[in-house]
Design a protein around this ligand. Structure first.
Ligand code: GLA
Length: 402
């Protein structure tokens, strides 16, 4: 009898560990994160204002659910080692702020780091994982972004798995976002650890090229796009490649912002806006909240799109969708506008990874231009369209029953 009780106890213990919370991110998470625009300038009033803006701008209703505070919310640990927010910028404490965010119909995300300090030098998780997870659960946190600074001598699989187990043991379902920049190829091991993992270093608000910060560089949108090559087979419902938070509204042209948003949706990327939502322009808002474009990202099959063809800086990207539909995105990376003449019937497209076929000779697809909202007939006739510089023509092909 004693033996049976011990075995039952061990089985019960083992179910507490060894797994992540499942089904929290069946489609790529969507939300807003403070880092890209505000860096270390975070405080409770600003986050309340941003929550209000998420509601009033229609971002929440478009699907952006998580409001995530990035680095620099931290104060010191208390005498028992529990992390506290910076009392100057978060005088009401985290629980009050998070209750407010929840009252606006949003979820709350927080940031920490696997090393002993965050990238901005605040107290981080190493050695405090279980204690931090308890605190996050008590505050009502719904999402954790976990960074990789001051972690050189750590084993990434071990460090992130420890935090996963800590979250699970604390009992509150929390989306776990790994931010180790692709250094240890998380796509190979993180599907059971977290719900999304960064594939690259940091993004910058530039379209092409990179930004030099002295001893490190951040990457333009197109460079990050190129770095996703070869990763699509590792992503899917509940485990996503994360090409970083968006820079839409942070200084690129409207065309480039549109291309950026489109490509993130083609990649089935997590959509974390990174701009000031309280002062965004009408154009920025229209880009971020286009429901038909977002639907490509959020398609329930969760298949990451791929570059089907590239010629003279014009790229054709494809993404298989549920119901036999396809998203098609023509991306102009050249320095002149390009007139497309795309004969659907000349291609028989078979995607080896998803085993899905786009065959316009065999099937009938009606075409919608997702940025203009216009229907463009069907795939029986070749597509003629102009793609401006640094912009896209993004289409949904809807498969019609014959
Ligand atoms: C790293 C991450 C960024 C951001 C900063 C905060 O650079 O990759 O996304 O969280 O740290 O310091």
């Amino acid at each position: 009898m004693k033996k049976v009780i011990i075995i039952l106890f061990l089985v019960a213990c083992s179910t507490m560990y060894g797994q992540k919370f499942e089904k929290l991110a069946l489609t790529p998470p969507m939300g807003w994160n403070s880092w890209n625009k505000f860096g270390c300038n975070v405080n409770e009033q600003m986050l309340r204002d941003m929550a209000d803006a998420m509601v009033s701008t229609g971002m929440r209703d478009a699907g952006y659910t998580y409001l995530v505070v990035d680095d620099c919310w931290h104060g010191e640990r208390d005498s028992l080692g529990f992390i506290q927010p910076d009392p100057k910028h978060f005088p009401s404490g985290m629980k009050v702020l998070i209750d407010y965010i929840h009252s606006r119909g949003l979820k709350f995300g927080i940031y920490s780091c696997a090393g002993y300090k965050t990238c901005a030098g605040r107290p981080a998780g190493r050695g405090h994982e279980f204690q931090d997870a308890l605190m996050y659960a008590a505050w009502g946190v719904d999402y954790l972004k976990y960074d990789w600074c001051f972690a050189e001598e750590l084993n990434a699989v071990g460090a992130y798995t420890t935090m996963r187990d800590a979250l699970y043991a604390a009992g509150r379902p929390i989306v776990f976002s790994l931010c180790e920049w692709g250094t240890n190829k998380p796509w190979l091991w993180a599907a059971n650890v977290g719900h999304l993992w960064r594939t690259t270093g940091d993004i910058a608000p530039v379209f092409e090229g990179s930004v030099d910060h002295g001893n490190w560089s951040s990457w333009g949108v197109m460079k990050i796009l190129d770095m996703q090559e070869g990763l699509r087979e590792y992503a899917g419902p509940d485990h996503w490649n994360d090409p970083d938070m968006m820079e839409v509204g942070n200084g690129m042209s409207t065309n480039e912002d549109r291309a950026h948003m489109s490509m993130w949706c083609m990649l089935a990327a997590p959509l974390m806006a990174g701009n000031d939502l309280s002062s965004m322009t009408r154009e920025t808002r229209a880009i971020l909240t286009n429901k038909e474009v977002i639907a490509i990202d959020q398609d329930k099959l969760g298949i990451q799109g791929y570059r089907y063809a590239a010629k003279d800086s014009m790229e054709t990207w494809l993404k298989p969708l549920s119901g036999g539909d396809w998203a098609v995105c023509f991306l102009n990376r050249s320095h002149h506008p390009v007139t497309l003449n795309f004969d659907w019937n000349a291609q028989k497209i078979y995607d080896e990874f998803s085993k899905m076929t786009l065959d316009a000779a065999l099937n009938d697809y009606s075409i919608t231009n997702l940025w203009t909202g216009k229907t463009l007939g069907n795939t029986k006739i070749p597509l003629k369209a102009l793609v401006p510089i640094g912009d896209v023509v993004m289409l949904r092909l809807k498969k019609n029953e014959r």
